[in-house]
Design a protein around this ligand. Structure first.
Ligand code: 5GP
Ligand code: MN
Length: 340
């Protein structure tokens, strides 16, 4: 991962000159988001900075343990407090999102309005330009980028266990346990250095991946056995679950995490979608098996979203049935292969 010396020097100056630091990330935070902000938090604490985390909304149960021993505000639960903190912030670090709109409507406004130094650490394509951008779309995860930033700041390769644990979780969750975005030899050097801190990879994997409730496992079974639609000719598939179905399985944030990847397990499928109805909108997750199907472009062009070439997300304010109809038509017409 190539860094400009001037960017690291500028970040070093910001850290020295600015009184307090706030770290934030995207709406519906995942392992990479929470891993990044908590690792950065522990690092800034280590060097005695005034630091706080602002997370847009609830953190899924499986990664909640990363918040232990950190000072964080969940904006959706206490918006006033989050806004107040952001308004007095001298240095804002935005991790695992490529522009303020990813923080959700309420927080986006505040992030746009505040006047402070702003630094981006991320791995999504097409980032918004902040005062400094550490944007590496080829990186496995934002946590891998964070490790590289911390290494250049501290000249150390092995960090305390709390930092290492957070970064390990972000890398494992964003790569599907090293199943995708996992071709770079450097990534394994980073993981090796994380393990040198003494963290136990097997125990962390259990904590993150083996914490399903019965409802979550049953929802997964139901989605795969009853809701999967495969289009053999187009080599595509989707799963669509309505709000009523989610409520039947007592849906909790994070319960659909990873479900979309099961469609790709079919040998005859190269592109897939998970459609899920939420309170006020429809969420979509897109995955592909090959760079020739660029789901980031597809999500941007048709579904108010974006992400990566082979993993992206989007949203719609159409009705659930209308979204299902639109996706069905797009699959029949192979519109998921977006030409430039
Ligand atoms: P997931 O399908 O797991 O929610 O998201 C896959 C990838 O797409 C993640 O890297 C995520 O950050 C990105 N992504 C998900 N939803 C959106 C969205 O609404 N807008 C943008 N720009 N990216 C998204
Ligand atoms: Mn990520």
């Amino acid at each position: 991962m190539k860094f400009k010396t001037k960017d690291i020097l500028q970040l070093q100056n910001y850290i020295i000159e600015q009184q307090n630091i706030t770290i934030t990330t995207h709406y519906n935070p995942d392992g990479d988001a929470v891993g990044s902000v908590t690792a950065l938090y522990h690092y800034f604490k280590l060097i005695m900075k005034d630091v706080q985390i602002v997370i847009p909304n609830y953190v899924p149960h499986s990664i909640e343990f990363l918040l232990e021993n950190t000072d964080y505000i969940i904006a959706e639960a206490d918006f006033k407090k989050a806004k107040k903190r952001l308004q007095v912030t001298d240095l804002l670090i935005v991790a695992d999102m490529n522009d303020n709109s990813r923080a959700g409507d309420n927080l986006e406004k505040v992030l746009n309005e505040i006047d402070c130094k702003k630094v981006l650490i991320d791995h999504h394509v097409s980032p918004f330009q902040y005062d400094i951008n550490f944007s590496y779309p080829d990186a496995s995860s934002t946590c891998e980028v964070v490790w590289n930033v911390l290494y250049r700041l501290s000249k150390k390769k092995v960090f305390p266990a709390d930092i290492s644990r957070s970064l390990y979780v972000g890398i494992m969750t964003d790569t599907g346990s090293l199943c995708f975005s996992c071709n770079s030899p450097e990534l394994y050097v980073v993981i090796s250095n994380l393990l040198k801190s003494g963290i136990k990879a097997n125990k962390i994997n259990q904590k993150v991946f083996d914490t399903y409730s019965k409802d979550r496992l049953n929802l997964l079974g139901y989605a795969i056995s009853k809701k999967l639609r495969v289009f053999d000719k187009q080599r595509a598939a989707f799963i669509a679950v309505s709000l009523e179905e989610l409520e039947r399985y007592h849906y909790q944030p994070g319960d659909l995490e990873g479900v979309v990847n099961y469609c790709l397990k079919l040998e005859e499928v190269d592109f897939c979608v998970l459609i899920s109805e939420r309170d006020k909108k429809i969420r979509l997750s897109f995955r592909s098996k090959d760079e020739s199907i660029d789901v980031n472009k597809f999500a941007r062009k048709y579904w108010n979203g974006g992400g990566h070439v082979m993993a992206a997300g989007g949203k719609s304010f159409l009705s659930f049935n209308e979204v299902v109809k639109k996706i069905t038509k797009q699959i029949y017409n192979k519109e998921f292969i977006v030409k430039d």
